[in-house]
Design a protein around this ligand. Structure first.
Ligand code: BTN
Length: 259
C-alpha cells in the first residue's frame, strides 16, 4: 500500500515538473546570459527552458568556455525559485548533479560519477557540466539560473584535459534530444525539490557518487602534484582530501585532478 502511495506521489511530482515551454533560439551568446536577462525582465517563468543549438560564448565553470557542436547536444538554462540560503548554495549543485547522474544511471550506459564539484563523468570521461548563477538581493538568493551542457549526439571532440564522451558514443547511435531534455528536466527538478525536506540525503547521495571517493588519486595543488584520497565535501562545498595523512580542505581554484 505504502509503495503505491509513494509511486503516486512520484508520478504527481514528475507531472508538476514537466517543461511548460521551450524557448528555442537558433543562436545565442549563452543560454545562461539570455535566461538571466529574461528573468530580470520578468519574462521567464519556472518550467520554461531557454534552449539553443549554438552558443557563441558558452560559459563553463571557473571562467572557462563551453564548446558544443551545433545542433548535436543539449545546451539549455532554466529559472528556479527555491528557499536555499546563500550559505547553503552548494546544495543546489549537489541536487542538479545528482539529477543528471540519476538520469544517466537509468540509461545503463556505464559508470556514472560526479567529479567534484559538478562535472558528470561516464567511465571517467566528461559527459555533462553545470553552471548555476544566483541572483542575489540583500542576503538572499532571489532565484537561480541553472545551465546544463550535455553531450548527446556529438561523436568527435577536441582534445581536452579530460576526454569528453557523449550518449551517442556510449549507445552507438544518435538519441532523441527533445525526449532526453524532457526526462532530464523532470529528474533534475525532483532532486531540487528534495532540498525542501530531504537535503541531508541529497548530500549523502552526492558524496557517495563522487569520482575517486576513498581511492588514492593524483592531484595538483600549490605545492605541486601529490597522491591523496577524497574523504568528503563540506556543506560549504569545499573538498576534503587526505594528503599524506593530513586533512586538507580545498576550494575550486585551489586543486586540480590529475587522475
Ligand atoms: C562546466 O562544466 O564548466 C559547466 C558547463 C556549463 C555549460 C552550460 S551550456 C548551457 C549553459 N549556458 C552556458 O553558457 N553555460 C551553461
Amino acid at each position: 500500500m505504502l509503495k503505491i502511495v509513494i509511486f503516486r506521489v512520484l508520478i504527481l511530482k514528475k507531472m508538476e515538473n514537466k517543461i511548460s515551454q521551450i524557448l528555442k533560439f537558433d543562436s545565442l551568446n549563452s543560454t545562461n546570459i539570455r535566461a538571466l536577462q529574461l528573468a530580470q525582465l520578468g519574462d521567464l517563468q519556472e518550467r520554461q527552458i531557454v534552449f539553443t543549438d549554438f552558443q557563441t560564448n558558452g560559459k563553463g565553470q571557473n571562467g572557462n568556455s563551453w564548446q558544443s557542436e551545433t545542433s548535436k547536444n543539449l545546451t539549455f538554462s532554466f529559472l528556479k525559485r527555491h528557499s536555499v540560503s546563500i550559505e547553503n548554495q552548494f546544495f543546489l549543485i549537489k541536487a542538479v548533479a545528482l539529477g543528471l547522474k540519476k538520469y544517466i544511471d537509468n540509461l545503463s550506459v556505464g559508470m556514472v560519477k560526479i567529479k567534484w564539484p559538478n562535472d558528470i563523468l561516464v567511465n571517467g570521461r566528461k559527459i555533462a557540466g553545470i553552471l548555476i548563477e544566483n541572483s542575489i538581493i540583500g542576503q538572499k538568493i532571489n532565484f537561480s539560473i541553472i545551465g546544463i551542457g550535455f553531450n548527446v549526439n556529438q561523436t568527435k571532440f577536441p582534445k581536452y584535459d579530460r576526454e569528453a564522451i557523449s550518449l551517442a558514443i556510449l549507445r552507438g547511435r544518435p538519441m532523441n534530444r527533445e525526449r532526453i531534455l524532457e526526462d532530464l528536466f523532470q529528474e533534475i527538478n525532483l532532486q531540487l525539490d528534495r532540498l525542501e525536506d530531504d537535503a541531508a540525503n541529497v548530500s549523502k547521495e552526492y558524496i557517495a557518487s563522487l569520482y575517486g571517493l576513498g581511492k588514492t588519486m593524483e592531484f595538483e595543488d600549490e605545492g605541486g602534484n601529490f597522491e591523496g584520497v577524497i574523504l568528503s565535501v563540506l556543506p560549504n562545498g569545499k573538498l576534503q582530501i587526505n594528503k599524506m595523512a593530513k586533512l586538507k580542505t580545498y576550494d575550486l581554484k585551489e586543486i586540480k585532478f590529475i587522475t
